[in-house]
Design a protein around this ligand. Sequence first.
Ligand code: ADP
Ligand code: MG
Length: 742
Amino acid sequence: MLETPLTKLFRTTDTQKKALARLGLYTARDLLYYFPVRYGDFSKLSYVKDIKRGEQPIIYAEVKSIRAKKAWQSNMSMSEATLVDSAGDTIKAVWYSQPYISKMLPEGTAAKFMGTVGERAGALYLTNPEYDVIDKIPIEKSGDLFSEDKQELLLYPVYRETRGITSKWLYHKVKKLIADGALDNITDSLPGDILQKYNLPSLTSALVYIHAPKKMSDADAARKRFAFEEVFFIQLVKQDQKIAYQESGAFIINPDKAVLKKFTDRLGFELTNGQKDAVTQILQDISSETPMSRLLEGDVGSGKTVVAALATYATVTTKPTGQTFGSLQVGYMAPTEILAKQIFADFVELLGPLGISVGLITGKDCYKFPSKTEVGATKISKAQLKKWVANGEVQVLVGTHALISKGVFFENLGLVVIDEQHRFGKKQRAALRSKPQEKKEAVQEKTPTKITKKGLVDNTEILPHLLSLTATPIPRTLALTIYGDLDLTVLDEMPPGRKKVITTLVEPTQDAREDAYEKIRAELQNGRQAYVICPRIFEADPSKTKSLLVKSAVAEAKRLATDVFPEYKIGVLHSKLKKDEKNEVMRQFSKHEFDILVSTTVVEVGVNVPNATNIIIEGAERYGLSQLHQLRGRVIRSTHQPYCYLFADIKSETTKERLDALRTAKNGFELAEYDLQFRGTGEMMGNKQSGVSDLAMEAIKNIKLVEAARNEAQTIIQDAQLSKYPALKKQFEYVQEHMYLE
Ligand code: ADP
Ligand code: MG
């Protein structure tokens, strides 16, 4: 029954069919696994007639009338509405300094309002209520919704809806499925002893609990079970991958300490303790006969590139133990062309003077350093570059995805470095790692050789060592989960002498904005540059009232040029520009050909313009803290004092508290932990990055649960065939095939 199409199980209209498809619901299983996003509680809803001053009620109401006006004394602009609830009682709502609300909640809009009750001249009103727009006011206690179990069930599931399908409809269909026996022959993929050990409900109970809980603790237990299950299976797949890597061989790289000293002596600074530890770990990893799989995590500017360059230098200058051929090569893959060029430039600077040859390959062009004909790097043809990579003349190849395109073969790839690995698919990573294999198949040359400490063993697959770099600070529990196959090193200290970014929260009043602009003007006058980050590219469609407030990069650039900074030159960067255009804008900005770069979040990662020491982030309340932290990281690349201005529409204490963390937290990791705790507030963009469901993210707040899932997975995976657990094995294979975690 689980695989039966829903359309066979109950009658659906065409609109409903389309709606189901939009939600990805095709079979009975899909629907049973379509979990409520939350639970409503009828007993907690208030009516206008019952509320009192100082309370914070939740009221379902319709907007009867609304307008923008000036407050009588202060001349402050505001919105004022009259709301009517389902019992027909009315109450006023006011939003101070938010005249645009009158556009966002036109008359007739139904919404859930949450705000504090104030009182003026004997009349109660809601102050700055938050709201969730809904289709229509639900029928409550008195109505016929869930009438059969109205007596005991005050909790009701709320599902994500789409046009043509309501939450209520979904609930009735789920109940019908369960009543018709959908759960009767369902097999639980989690072994009974694990369920018992962690006090988790069986699959059947959990499915009932999650859709129709009698009490909140039932729903919680069910969610905990599904979260555990998801984390457990991710761990199982990751641990399996780890074992697979460890079965492969790798080149044993034991660099000469005196050679490494040549690298560090040239730096002109002392490595931080964090960098030294990272280097020690990496050197230990690559001296082993099993391939390294290490993730180096550190804030922007913490010195990851330097560590990667040192690992690269060690690899290309060391004759691996027991080898019979020339020297090893390194491939370095970056997520964007801008970043690849940046890394190429960094590597030419760090390694060029030490006599190392470096190539660059992007979708568009190729470069090589040193040049045979000129000083610096020369542009060469792709064919030429490929030839030099294949014969080992290019020792280090930096590139975008072009690096793993067909036909790029290394002579002897010893180390792969991947920047911001979450931007790459698993397949692409595997493709890079399997280069020697591919080469063998394509060129039919010498058989890869596994080198062990004892000598050579033929016919074993050799994988290059892998070093992954990320500036995306993620909480430890999430790292343990999605990078479960990697060893983790964290650079949690910054090189000395860095100035801390002075971060200011700017509320959306004219005065506060102008104040911030004046401070930036002073910095521009001192010769510095500035970023302005906007959440949108083009002017918002005014018919979509919700986006009215979101600044568009293009329109904002125009506005700043005419109204705010007419004396300065302004450029625009966004994702709709062609690659060439983007590169050109970045080149001009880094050459200070203009002063202010207005941009969407495309500048998020790794762009390095040391002279840009100011950043404004518009709509800051819309981003996760980690993302804000990364955006802010753009301005810490120089010795000048950096400034960050968070322009935010602060509607709630939580938002303020959250953004305040940016001023107080010591580093990105602390912020990532905050993000995790504040998750679910609906204020974050880019949640989907990790590929973990919202449900499992809840669980990831809980280190004990994650560690338990990890330990169980590590134990069970030892039984290589998973032979004792057929249901688990089936689920494992399914997850293995479908998991896409980046
Ligand atoms: P990341 O790649 O983590 O963003 P980089 O390796 O690019 O950081 O380093 C950022 C800047 O700091 C570079 O200009 C680099 O030369 C410098 N730097 C790195 N490590 C140190 C250090 N230990 N002391 C002083 N400066 C450093
Ligand atoms: Mg870097």
